[in-house]
Design a protein around this ligand. Structure first.
Ligand SMILES: Nc1nc2c(ncn2[C@@H]2O[C@H](COP(=O)(O)OP(=O)(O)O)[C@@H](O)[C@H]2O)c(=O)[nH]1
Ligand SMILES: [Mg+2]
Length: 842
């Protein structure tokens, strides 16, 4: 027995759950559009249920003639015909009510039922009694009028879209032939059509514009039972698609899975007394259903094992053929949607298709992006390697020819090509708008940035190498200049910087030849080198400023203790210590003046324009006299200030005259006028302090020098001065010569000397004097006369010998001359050793 479901119950409620279940269980949900809905209309007890049961094999409740009316339950019932096999025929039986029994409300329900049937059914059966045909007030006429009127409203916007098949079933047919009956009935229908009020747009329209009217006649149910059944079977055949008289039309319709939704919605609209617009309804159903299909497809896509697996694989890195796999997954999802959505309104379908595509792309996008990133990373990895190799010269382990720009361009082109290939092979997802242009642009930007980074690294490393070389080259000259800190040091420092920077710049440009430096870059590099050289130099200067005091001391000592030939000064009597000290102090002051403020490269070269230098030098010149200066003056003007010719001091003193007028008073100033604070190493206060410390140191040295000189002077005074000896020699020359060159006087002299010598020996003076001067003298006086006699005697004996020894006497004279020179030498050496001793004492 065929299942029957109540679609609309007696209270006018749609039985959604039951209908859904019925649709599922009877395969309608999967029948696509291969189903027909047949509904029947007619007055109460007009044999509707009987007709349906006989034609379609359904089991609707029929009134038992013996029991009477009132057995059936009001509402709309539905069943599937078990007899028609070619297509699913859903049969709807409308149980109206007898107006007489149920009151006014029922006409409303009947109207709504009719409307519902008309909207839902493909074929609408209208029961009509044969004897009512041609009669003005037949029992079915009011209902028919209602149907016509309602139909106008339902299909008003598109009258030719669907023409409901209206099948008039003539019951209890008489002997009158069908065509004759049809003729009369058609006339009846036309009259009825004309009598209804129509919208202006359809004023001239005909019934057949809206309905396809068909006719069937059945024999008398009670009197000709067998014929009735045969007629019923005949009528059933007309519901097969391949019958000659088939009633099935190929109108567009909603697929079976939307059936329940659709008829529910139609009923809700009818119940709420709103105008039912079928095309709009179709759009509405399409919207709902396409959305459902779309969601189903997306769910299926997300749950698809192939997709889950692909996602997993993608999480682990680049997947070969990702694009093709993703495209096929997407394609199957889209196809799934299209196959189900094909029955729905085209506009809605398209719109939902776009949504599906959008959401599929959204689902694919992160995975796709990750794949793009993975491929880009692979390309970039080999690009980095290639670039490094290609841009390094062969001696550094690379394969480059030194032309960085060309090598980088070649590597870039290779990378771009390999990404393009990888994109086409592994990333391109057909059916998506992702053509890789954006990804390529991003990759290119990244490549460019990497090239730029490597290039600037190369430049930076070459630059820092060159800077190191430059710094070490620069240090020598700078330190040399700082050792002396002579006036005018700064221009020379800056010149040294310029030279070092220029050389480094030349070397650097040579090293960076292949890097395609722009003029701007080259200029910036040159400037950087110049700055670096200046910074390096200034670093040395700063360091020197920290050790200014010891530098000043060194400088002072160098000038003070060493003479022009760099030999240590002996502090002889000729050394003008105050003048030497003043010069040495000027040299030390120059150290202070040069280190006080860093002069810019463009400062005036002459010291006239250097207020700091002028001020500090002024300090040195106005330094209080050393405590020893009084002593210096007491030297009787022996010391003269012209003994030194230090160029530095000379230039400094020449500068003084002009600078002193505008010089800063370093004793009171707090800042250097016109000097940039960042360039100041020593404030006037520092200069003052340092100078004070220096002065107390230098004073000690000067004092010691003065003491040494004094000691030397005293040591030289024990001897007659050399000039006196020389004078003596000059004045007594003639007398000595006369004596020596006269043979008589010479002989006489020799006899006297011999005599005295013999007497000396005879008296044995040394022995006698050993016991004291007075007893010695007494003894000698006793011995004197005998001794003279003895000598005279001996002389006589030796007179002969004397003549022979005349020659010896001449030699002795020469020996005497030599002895005199020896004495002079001895004297000198004595004075030297004394001087050395006095220095050691200091
Ligand atoms: N004369 C005649 N009576 C019929 C015919 N079909 C049904 N009937 C009777 O009419 C009564 C009502 O039938 P039913 O099918 O229940 O009518 P429904 O209320 O329209 O569904 C029953 O007693 C049937 O026996 C018919 O074709 N001719
Ligand atoms: Mg019935």
């Amino acid at each position: 027995m065929a299942e029957i479901v109540q679609v609309i119950n007696g209270d006018g409620q749609f039985e959604d759950g039951a209908v859904q279940q019925f649709v599922e269980q009877n395969g309608i949900a999967y029948a696509k559009t291969n189903y027909q809905v047949v509904a029947i209309m007619g007055p109460q007890s007009s044999g509707k249920s009987t007709l349906l049961n006989y034609v379609f094999g359904t089991s609707f409740t029929m009134m038992d003639a013996m029991v009477g009316r009132g057995q059936t339950t009001k509402g709309i019932w539905m069943s599937k015909s078990p007899k028609v096999e070619e297509t699913s025929v859903l049969v709807m039986d409308l149980e109206g009510s007898d107006g007489r029994e149920r009151g006014e409300d029922d006409t409303n329900f009947e109207r709504q039922s009719a409307l519902f049937a008309l909207a839902v059914a493909d074929v609408l059966l209208v029961n009509i009694w044969c004897h009512d045909i041609g009669r003005e007030h037949g029992s079915g006429k009011p209902l028919l009028k209602t149907i016509f009127q309602v139909n106008l409203k339902l299909f008003a916007p598109e009258p030719d879209r669907k023409r409901t098949v209206l099948l008039f079933v003539i019951r209890d047919k008489t002997k009158t032939p069908l065509p004759k009956l049809v003729e009369v009935l058609e006339a009846d229908l036309d009259r009825m059509w004309d009598s209804i009020t129509k919208p202006a747009a359809y004023a001239g329209s005909k019934l057949t514009d809206f309905f396809e009217v068909q006719y069937a006649a059945l024999s008398h149910f009670e009197e000709r039972q067998e014929d009735f059944q045969a007629d019923a079977v005949h009528l059933r055949r007309r519901f097969s698609p391949d019958s000659d008289e088939t009633l099935i039309r190929g109108y567009e319709k909603l697929p079976g899975d939307s059936f329940a939704l659709s008829i529910n919605n139609i009923w809700q609209v009818i119940r709420s007394q709103k105008d039912l617009n079928l095309p709009a309804h179709k759009v509405m159903v399409a919207n709902i259903r396409c959305q459902e299909i779309l969601e189903d497809q997306l769910r299926a896509f997300a749950a698809d094992q192939a997709w889950v697996g692909l996602q997993q694989a993608c999480g682990e890195g680049a997947v070969e053929g990702f694009g093709a796999q993703a495209a096929s997954l997407m394609d199957s999802c889209v196809k799934g949607y299209e196959s189900e959505a094909v029955y729905f309104d085209a506009h809605v379908r398209e719109a939902k298709y776009e949504e599906l595509e959008r959401r599929l792309l959204a689902a694919l996008q992160p995975v796709y992006q990750a794949q793009v990133a993975a491929q880009q990373a692979a390309v970039l990895l080999s690009f980095d390697k290639d670039l490094k190799l290609a841009t390094l010269p062969a001696e550094a382990g690379g394969s480059g020819t030194g032309d960085f720009v060309a090598a980088a361009a070649a590597c870039r082109a290779t990378a771009v090509k390999s990404f393009a290939t990888a994109f086409a092979k592994h990333l391109r997802i057909d059916g998506t708008p992702w053509d890789g242009a954006e990804e390529m642009a991003a990759l290119e930007a990244e490549l460019d940035s990497r090239v730029a980074t490597l290039r600037s690294e190369r430049i930076a490393s070459a630059r820092s190498k060159e800077e190191r070389g430059m710094a070490s080259r620069l240090s020598g000259p700078v330190l040399g200049l700082l050792e002396v800190c002579a006036p005018g040091m700064w221009p020379r420092l800056h010149a040294a910087c310029r030279d070092a920077a220029a050389l480094a710049d030349k070397n650097l440009k040579q090293a960076l030849q292949g890097l395609g430096l722009s003029g701007e870059e080259a200029g910036a590099l040159s400037q950087q080198l110049r700055d670096k050289a200046t910074a390096c130099m200034e670093g040395h200067v700063r360091e020197a400023a920290l050790t200014r005091l010891s530098r000043m001391k060194d400088r002072f000592q160098e000038v003070f203790s060493m003479d022009d030939k760099k030999a240590p000064r002996m502090w002889g009597t000729r050394d003008d210590i105050p003048s030497i000290a003043a010069n040495a102090r000027l040299a030390a002051a120059s150290v202070l003046s040069q280190l006080a403020v860093m002069r810019p490269a463009d400062a005036p070269a002459s010291s006239q324009g250097d207020p700091v230098e002028a001020a500090v030098m002024q300090l040195a010149r106005s330094a209080p006299a050393t405590p020893a200066s009084a002593d210096g003056a007491a030297n009787g003007g022996e010391a003269s200030s012209s003994s030194t010719s230090d160029a530095a001091s000379a230039s400094a003193s020449s500068a003084t005259a002009s600078a002193s007028a505008s010089a800063v008073d370093v004793l009171s100033a707090a800042t250097w006028p016109g000097a940039d604070e960042s360039q100041v190493l020593l404030h006037p206060h520092d200069v003052r302090t340092t100078w004070r410390e220096f002065m107390s140191y230098s004073n000690v040295l000067v004092q010691q020098a003065l003491s040494a000189q004094q000691a030397n002077r005293l040591a030289n005074n024990r001897m007659p001065p050399l000039w006196a000896l020389a004078g003596l020699l000059v004045l007594g020359w003639n007398e000595a010569m006369f004596f020596l060159f006269n043979p008589l006087w010479l002989m006489f002299g020799a006899v006297i000397i011999l005599f005295l010598r013999s007497l000396y020996v005879e008296l044995d003076v040394e022995r006698e004097m050993a016991s004291g001067a007075l007893p010695g003298a007494l003894k000698l006086s006793h011995k004197f006369v005998p001794a003279v006699k003895n000598v005279l005697r001996k002389t006589g004996e030796s007179v002969q010998e004397m003549a022979a020894s005349m020659k010896e006497t001449a030699e002795a004279k020469a020996a005497e001359g030599r002895a005199a020179g020896g004495v002079e030498l001895t004297r000198r050496s004595t004075s030297g050793s004394q001087h050395a001793e006095s220095k050691k004492h200091q």
